[in-house]
Ligand binder design. Structure first.
Ligand SMILES: [Fe+2]
Length: 193
């Protein structure tokens, strides 16, 4: 491994320490009784201007949840990232749809740059590294529909398992943030399907 590869490797692992994907597996549950689960339609009112509602995820990266799909393992959220920040290399076991609302960002593995109005479709089986470009004139804000779990890798090329994330693990993380921040975690139950 060359020095530059090692630097990337370390930065991904350092970032994963700050986020909360899991590395140990047991049975997860949404914690709700069957009669607490709803299949009805609902709305989520995110508030991009309310700092308390942004759940810290990685260094310079936050999200506001829209839906936790504990049936498929998917989730839907609004992601915010400061220029120069990143979400480490990860592999998707299911497809992803993304829509850029603010800022500029890219995947290191592709040559396009997303701007406000850019829609992205990502097939299952893709591994990529999300970077908010240094020249982004404002924090990146994008809406993502993630249809299943994702696996964080320990390095960008030929990586192996580092951590796992899905709608259930993200629900746990969000509940913890809400409790720590004095927010009403019960509101999150309404976003579970
Ligand atoms: Fe992704």
């Amino acid at each position: 491994m060359g020095d530059s590869e090692r630097e990337v490797d370390v930065s991904i692992l350092a970032q994963l320490k700050k986020s909360m994907p899991i590395t140990a597996f047991s049975s997860f549950s949404d914690g709700l009784q069957p009669n607490q689960r709803s299949r009805e339609h609902f709305i989520t009112n995110t508030n991009l201007n309310d700092d308390d509602l942004w759940v810290p995820y990685a260094s310079g990266v936050w999200f506001q949840p829209c839906c936790f799909n504990v049936t498929s393992g998917g989730f839907t959220l609004v992601l915010k990232g400061l220029p120069g920040s990143m979400v480490g290399t990860h592999y998707h076991v299911a497809g992803v749809h993304g829509y850029t609302m603010r800022g500029r960002w890219r995947y290191l593995e592709h040559d396009w740059i997303a701007e406000p109005g850019t829609y992205i479709y990502e097939p299952a089986g893709e591994a990529h590294t999300l970077v908010i470009t240094e020249d982004s004139p404002e924090p990146m804000i994008a809406f993502f529909v993630v249809e299943g779990g994702l696996i964080y890798l320990d390095k960008p090329t030929n990586g192996t398992f580092a951590a796992y994330e899905d709608g259930l693990t993200l629900l746990e993380l969000t509940r913890k943030h809400y409790r720590d921040a004095g927010l009403d975690a019960l509101k999150l139950d309404l976003l579970v399907r």
